[in-house]
Design a protein around this ligand. Structure first.
Ligand code: PBE
Length: 293
């Protein structure tokens, strides 16, 4: 009788130790096995999704799938996984607040699928520069750094309304705003329509520049659209300007499609980056090459 009880106990112990082993065995799995060969992507029209499809071809990652979602859904999934130290691979870009909130790393991209030097450009519809040289002056003088943008992005991520975060940035950086508005005159209700995509980086820039325009007396409209419609809006003239153009790589296809139908009036941020991103606790993967294993 006693032996039987011990027997059951042993079986139960074995069962539980096997169950406890499962995550350990998981740690020895390849990154592909750990995440079911799935990359958590963002909105399908974004450049990073097109570049990720290209990376899948460049690296022969035939058995991988890129999940379409949105910037917000992707960061929500990242939070869920990160909090439990679970494996995850996302499409990521810098500047983004996620790099200050979490310990993340870019996977090396030896084949340069995601390009090399990239900048955020300001574009306007054709003819806007002649019609509204004053507004265009501000648009082309708008320049800031990754740290500047992060100030706004982190506030928004912490729950501050983007308009309020932008206003507090403008209040705090008077010298910088003086540079952007050098030679720009005050107006009385001139209209400007800025089209943007709801990526955290562009929510920040568009709200800040919108606030500066407002303080100059402009009647500002911020129009939130998807990436494709954003480019179409500028090309067809239904929006005046956008601060959301990532060039030369990310939005290459859009810029080619609408060649001659928009004006590139300046670069607001340089040294931006894009690629596949994982938490640093995923020690078994450092390069996109490793995803083939
Ligand atoms: N992004 C952020 C955009 C540009 C800005 C990298 C998500 C894109 O992929 O189109």
């Amino acid at each position: 009788m006693l032996k039987k009880i011990i027997g059951i106990g042993t079986a139960a112990a074995l069962f539980f130790s096997l169950a406890a082993c499962a995550p350990t065995a998981d740690e020895n799995a390849t990154a592909g096995e750990q995440v079911n060969h799935k990359i958590i992507g963002i909105d399908p029209g974004s450049g990073i999704m097109a570049l990720t499809d290209k990376a899948i071809k460049d690296y022969n990652l035939d058995d991988w799938t890129v999940i379409k979602s949105s910037g917000a859904a992707m960061t929500a999934t990242l939070k869920k996984k990160y909090d439990r130290k679970k494996p995850i691979i996302i499409t990521g870009w810098t500047p983004h607040w996620m790099f200050s909130r979490y310990d993340l790393k870019y996977l090396d991209d030896p084949k340069k699928s995601y390009g090399t030097a990239e900048q955020i450009h300001t574009i306007t519809r054709k003819g806007f520069g002649n019609e509204q040289p004053n507004a265009t002056k501000l648009l082309s003088q708008f320049k800031w750094t990754e740290d500047d943008m992060a100030e706004v992005m982190i506030q928004v991520e912490n729950g501050t309304d983007p308009k309020k975060a932008a206003a507090s940035y403008v209040k705090k950086h008077r010298d910088q705003i003086a540079e952007w508005t050098k030679g720009v005159k005050k107006v009385k209700g001139d209209k400007i329509n800025l089209a943007y995509v709801a990526w955290d980086s562009e929510i920040a820039s568009t709200n800040v520049v919108g606030k500066v325009f407002e303080d100059l007396g402009y009647n500002v409209k911020l129009t939130q659209v998807e990436a494709g419609p954003m480019w179409t809006a500028i090309a067809t003239g239904s929006a005046d300007a956008s601060l959301s153009a990532w060039l030369p790589n990310t939005h290459k296809a859009y810029a080619a499609k609408y060649k001659g139908k928009f004006d590139d009036v300046g670069t607001s941020l340089t040294g931006v980056k894009m690629g596949l991103v994982v938490p640093k606790y995923m020690k078994n993967v450092n390069s996109i090459e490793d995803l083939k294993k």
